[in-house]
Design a protein around this ligand. Structure first.
Ligand code: C5J
Length: 237
């Protein structure tokens, strides 16, 4: 590679302080942007939730994914779900929730949160492209019982830009897991969403509280600007 390019990305506006990262050792994590959670008429909505509160994430996240791809940052997608025989679903998780609308029950888009079903897959707007990793996870966190640690270690990734749904559940659990494993995390504020605005607001505050107890937060415009500045202008690969 020849370059007039800057490889350190900087987000001065990040909370609680400036965030710097090396795109060579950074991945974009897109958590659980699945039809079961986001589609009108689907599982999330059937529980009485307003899916509009999650769907507002789609546009800024699609833009961020596109910039990450241009910058050569690996985009890693996750899906929460279980094997068709539910053998990977702990009984305690299976028993939770509204009867007849539990994991494995029939839903509008197939069996709820079961791998291979239409509702379990990622929404069309954020469909992974060829070569991108998709992690199927049985838990809320993306590290629990998955190959994510090995994949990140193999690629030399030390920093995660974290996006997806929902802010206070799978995003938070994953960021906490990542922290305990030594990753630097930045949560992109308008690229995460929750059915509960208050949980979303407080969930984001919790990330950067106490000097960044779990990491940093910043809006996607600032992440996009930082990444765009690292895209080669006259590079030959
Ligand atoms: C939930 C998730 N909320 N992806 N899953 O059950 O946050």
């Amino acid at each position: 590679m020849t370059s007039t390019q800057v490889r350190e990305a900087r987000i001065p506006s990040a909370s609680p302080s400036e965030f710097t990262f090396d795109p060579e050792t950074t991945a974009l994590l897109v958590i659980d942007m699945q039809r079961d959670f986001l589609l009108p008429g689907g599982f999330g909505e059937s529980l009485g939730n307003d899916v509009g509160l999650l769907r507002c994430v789609i546009e800024p996240l699609a833009a961020l994914v596109s910039v990450a791809r241009d910058a050569g940052i690996p985009v890693i997608h996750t899906r929460e779900g279980h094997l068709p025989d539910l053998s990977d679903c702990p009984p305690a998780k299976l028993r939770r929730g509204t009867p007849s609308q539990r994991i494995g029950d029939p839903g509008a888009f197939g069996r709820i949160l079961v791998r291979g079903e239409f509702g379990h897959d990622i929404i069309d707007e954020l469909k992974p492209i060829e070569g991108e990793t998709v992690i199927d996870k049985p838990g809320k966190g993306a590290f629990y019982a998955t190959e994510l640690s090995d994949i990140l270690a193999g690629a030399g990734i030390t920093t995660l830009l974290v996006t997806g749904v929902t802010t206070e559940v799978c995003v938070h659990t994953t960021v906490r897991e990542a922290n305990d494993r030594g990753y630097e995390c930045l949560v992109v504020t308008d690229c995460v969403g929750s059915y509960f605005p208050e949980f979303h607001r407080v969930g984001l505050e919790m990330i950067s509280a106490q000097g960044g107890i779990f990491g940093w937060t910043a809006p996607s415009d600032d992440v996009v600007s930082a990444l765009s500045a690292t895209v080669p202008t006259s590079a030959t690969r």
